[in-house]
Every structure is written in structure tokens, then in C-alpha cells.
Design a protein around this ligand. Sequence first.
Ligand code: 5GP
Ligand code: ZN
Length: 121
Amino acid sequence: PSHAHDDKCIFCKIAAGKIPSRKVYEDADIFVFDDINPWAPVHFLMIPKAHVASMAQVGLAHEALLGRMMALAPRLAVEKGCKPYPEGGFRIVINTGAEGGQEVHHLHIHVMGGPRPWIKG
Ligand code: 5GP
Ligand code: ZN
């Protein structure tokens, strides 16, 4: 299928394979890749292939897509090396807008996990 793209968007280019990335998962609508500057031992980004700028643009039309992305996250976290629940774990973050810390304006779900010895002994 073809998707709406923004020619200047770095994540559209990553989803299209025009900029290389370490791919974690791909299907017709979703692309997942390792964050280039990880904040945790496991840190990947889940994006819709279609250009959606942020959570602020999400509506009911995106319900199924967002649901599938969220449902996929735990499986991919374990595949990337997170131990299974409840010992292992991860956090999901969606930065939205300038005050929300969003730097890349193509909707992305951060999934961060793995051993984090600085949190607890
Ligand atoms: P934001 O602050 O927008 O939520 O996060 C953007 C994330 O994208 C950052 O964690 C940053 O490291 C990551 N990122 C930015 N440019 C690239 C890139 O070209 N490749 C990859 N793999 N990650 C990127
Ligand atoms: Zn885009």
C-alpha cells in the first residue's frame, strides 16, 4: 500500500528505507527500529508508515493502528532482550509537541527497557 509522506521527514525516509536503520519489525502499516541514541539497554521506536505528525493529530481513524502498535510492543521488547514480565519490563513514552519534548515530528512510540542498575540495587 502507499502511504502519505512528508518529503522532509526523517522518519518517513527511514520507513521507506531511504535512510538506513536497524530494523526491528515491519509490516504493511508499521515500522520499528532501534533508536540511534538509546536511553536504555533496549530502546526502539515504533512508527506508522503513514506520516502523522504527533499524538495531537491522532483521531478515531487511527484507533486500530495505535492499538496494534501498543499490542506489538511487549512482544518486540522481549525479542530485543527484555526479560519477560514481571521481572523484566519496559516503559512506553510518546513525546508530543515542543513542551512534550518531541524533536522528530512524525509520531513515534519509544519503548525502553532492559536491566537498569541505576534504578534499584
Ligand atoms: P523525540 O524527542 O522526538 O521523542 O525522540 C526522537 C528520537 O529519535 C530520539 O530518541 C533520537 O535519538 C531518535 N532519532 C533521531 N534521528 C534518528 C535517526 O536518524 N535514526 C534513528 N534510528 N533514531 C533517530
Ligand atoms: Zn514522516
